[in-house]
Design a protein around this ligand. Structure first.
Ligand code: ZN
Length: 318
């Protein structure tokens, strides 16, 4: 820990000493995040090292180790890319002059869930313990609204170039959810600080994939890490760290809808055949993921703080 402390604080000093405006952009942001993580997760105050404190500290270290392990395993695996038939969806029917109508129209679920989520987040903003928890939820639900447009655009004429606009907003939404979970279960300052960096990492994973498509070495591994690691991380955070709000099980229900969506995505054609060509697996994927987003908004609408705020009258009383 002393090594981590000295490294992070030395980097901040070096950046300030350099007085280099270009270096002070992204480097100072990364260094500030690192210092925030170090202060929040590994406080130097020895009085915090009671048994419960030690226990929480151990869990935080274990969480960081799992994160590092997931990143390492991803890049040790061989390159992976989409199957060649990825853009060949089961339901290609045209309706009202719109090609692939069901896969386009089913994105309405993301739009409704996203708008409802933004409204609930703003309407119940004083239900948050800390106002720095808001931006992650706005990014999450704003990402869902944009997913409705991006995914609709992609499904009108599915190809690699348009897939970027399908995946970028859903990645942004996922990074918002991940930051919101870090804020809730680990540390509000860390979640708040990590939010822009996580969104940048999500965007960079897609930019990297597009770059490898152009150079002929197609590699989807970073995007897969960005898609699936937050699922594991959210489960770990729910399991390892105590909640600050009621209705924590709603995260699990929302995740169940998302996992169902991924199953429907894989079973696009079998579902279409099993339903007598009524509805395809990919259409059900959109609807299921939309319900998952709605479930998170529903949770925000009805959850309560577990630690009640101190009444101002009680503070003012002699
Ligand atoms: Zn889709």
């Amino acid at each position: 820990m002393h090594l981590l402390k000295s490294i992070t604080e030395r980097h901040v000093c070096e950046i300030k000493r350099a007085q280099n405006p270009q270096a002070e952009g992204i480097l100072s942001e990364i260094a500030t995040v690192a210092v925030t993580v170090r202060r929040e997760w590994f406080p130097s105050d020895r009085t915090t090292c009671t048994m419960p404190g030690m226990h929480r500290r151990f869990k935080r270290s274990a969480f960081l180790a799992v994160t590092g392990g997931a990143i390492a395993v991803t890049f040790l695996l061989p390159r992976y890319d989409l199957p060649p038939t990825y853009h060949d969806f089961a339901d290609r029917r045209m309706l009202f002059g719109v090609e692939n109508f069901a896969d386009v129209a089913s994105n309405i679920g993301f739009f409704v869930a996203g708008l409802y989520g933004i409204a609930v987040t703003l309407w119940r903003r004083w239900g948050f313990e800390d106002q720095r928890e808001l931006p992650a939820y706005i990014v999450l639900f704003g990402g869902l609204v944009l997913t409705a447009f991006g995914s609709g655009y992609y499904h009108l004429r599915p190809d690699d170039a348009r897939l970027l606009w399908d995946r970028l907003p859903i990645t942004v939404a996922f990074m918002g959810l991940f930051a919101a979970m870090i804020s809730e279960r680990l540390s509000v300052p860390v979640g708040f600080r990590l939010l822009p960096l996580l969104v940048c990492c999500g965007g960079a994973s897609l930019w990297y994939w597009m770059w490898t498509v152009e150079t002929g070495n197609r590699d989807l591994r970073p995007y897969i890490l960005v898609q699936f690691y937050p699922l594991l991380a959210i489960l770990l955070l729910l399991w390892m760290f105590e909640p600050r709000y009621t209705r924590g099980y709603d995260f699990l229900i929302a995740l169940a809808f998302y996992i169902a969506a991924k199953v429907f995505e894989v079973a696009d054609k079998p579902v279409y055949a099993a339903t007598g060509n009524v509805i395809s697996g990919h259409t059900l994927k959109h609807l299921s993921a939309g319900v998952g987003g709605y479930w998170l908004a529903r949770m925000l609408a009805s959850r309560e703080r577990l630690r009640k705020p101190i009444a101002s009258s009680a503070v003012a009383a002699p």
